[in-house]
Design a protein around this ligand. Sequence first.
Ligand code: NAD
Ligand code: IPM
Ligand code: MN
Length: 355
Amino acid sequence: MAYDIATIPGDGIGVEVVEAARPLLELSADDAGCAIEWTEYDWGTERYLETGGMMPEDGLDRLADHDAILLGAVGHPDVPDHVTLRGLMLPIRKTFDQQICKRPAVLYEGVESPLRGYDSESDDGDIDFVVFRENTEGEYADVGGRAHVGFDHEVAVQSAVYTRTGTEVIVRAAFEEAKRREQRVTNVTKSNAQAYGMVMWDEIVEEVAAEFPDVTVDRLLVDAASMDLIRRPDEFDVIVASNLFGDILTDIGAIVTGSMGLAPSANINREGAYPSMFEPVHGSAPDIEGEGVANPLATVLSGAMLFEHLDERDAADSLHRAVEEQLADPEAPRTPDLGGDGTTADVITDLRDRL
Ligand code: NAD
Ligand code: IPM
Ligand code: MN
């Protein structure tokens, strides 16, 4: 089987980590008896600065027929983020109805958490949870506007939109995942302050929970959840959250499990009518761009999620195994975010040997 995968390396270290990860994905596909045919789209802020468009007018049409998309990151210090992200990455999530954003946070053996007592040596220091983030609406609905611009009475309205179907999809996906895991869902909400959207959200969680009698469900307000992700991250299994809350909580998840450079992500179109997109949780990291030290593992693990989505388990497993082995090996190269002095290329070469 040959898969037709689109890559959008994008900006900054997005380019570096996608270029680095691609040969490994090819290798693991090859070992698993499948193949990848890449179509690379050099879309991003450099293109915007030259042509005024982050991608061509028919960009979304060109992506639509691929089996999946691997994205690096989007964002550039010379252009405001709301221009670049609304020109490239956010339209893909929305147009391709990628309602489910799945973001695992795992503390791997050999990786040090900044939290005291959390490492592979301690018995109860195990962090392994997954956030199901609603991905196409909520606080990111892009509904609103500005008026009286330039006057003292200038106004900006940014509305959050929660649909019953959108909420049901993400909540159900979280419960289904919990059935495959430890049967626990934490609903992260803010229904104490947001009496419309978040109250409906909570009601839908209760309704869906009734379909899953074996799954226990807890409810946490997002402020308390942020605290508990630091205080007792080992106790979470599956978290379900709105678009913005999920965004914030997954940066916490990334850092308590060692680094932004390790956190992968899947943006899933449930019906398969459109391609799903896989990308690291991190951004374009202008602070380390061009230094050759970006950690490529988040992208490699996103590649593993891509293979899982295509039902190519062997390819996904071999990538996972190689990453786990590397992290557990004190002699293996690691990038500075993990306390090492290795380069992106060192990490990839070592992984290739392990594959
Ligand atoms: P960031 O994730 O790019 O960087 C945050 C910190 O983590 C930086 O110190 C960076 O050096 C470090 N870091 C991130 N990824 C790393 C990696 N692979 N290896 C080692 N260190 C890594 O977040 P930011 O600085 O807030 O955003 C930079 C730009 O990226 C902005 O334009 C933002 O809008 C954009 N962004 C894009 C995406 C995306 O495309 N999916 C995600 C987040 C941020
Ligand atoms: C992420 C990013 C994006 C988001 C930004 C760049 C719009 O932070 O994928 O986590 O908020 O979804
Ligand atoms: Mn984010």
